[in-house]
Ligand binder design. Structure first.
Ligand code: SF4
Ligand code: SF4
Length: 118
């Protein structure tokens, strides 16, 4: 089976965080950003969403199905070049034990959390 990796579109991602919630719920790990294998972070300088994925991701694609903006997708190698030309970015892989990237990239999607509180 060909390798599939997750890509995100910075121009399409709103940073809503729905993919994080779906991922954390799909394996009964609770509804929390920390429990999700997909992480929506914010670029420290550009201020744009950055979608990253943990190595533990099972590639179930539920996050992709939940994204109404179609801002994330899995792709096999023949598609990678075309996606990159179209502005898609391969999601960086986060290691649970090496969270330096995560500390630099602050959490995104606070609008959704605010909506859930109100
Ligand atoms: S659900 Fe889609 S638009 Fe929302 S944060 Fe995730 S990738 Fe971005
Ligand atoms: S594909 Fe990976 S990140 Fe997406 S919901 Fe499944 S386990 Fe989570």
């Amino acid at each position: 089976m060909r390798e599939q990796i997750l890509f995100f579109s910075p121009s399409q991602c709103s940073g809503c965080g729905i993919c994080e919630m779906v991922c954390s719920l799909q394996s009964s790990r609770g509804c929390s950003r920390e429990a999700s294998y997909i992480r929506v972070l914010r670029h420290p300088r550009l201020g744009t969403p950055v979608v990253a994925v943990r190595a533990e991701c099972r590639k179930c694609k539920r996050c992709v199905q939940a994204c109404t903006l179609e801002a994330i997708r899995f792709a096999e190698e023949p598609e990678w070049g075309t996606l990159i030309q179209d502005g898609w970015i391969a999601c960086p892989v986060l290691d649970r034990n090496l969270c330096a990237d995560e500390k630099e990239l602050s959490p995104c999607g606070t609008a959704m959390q605010d909506n859930m509180r109100s």
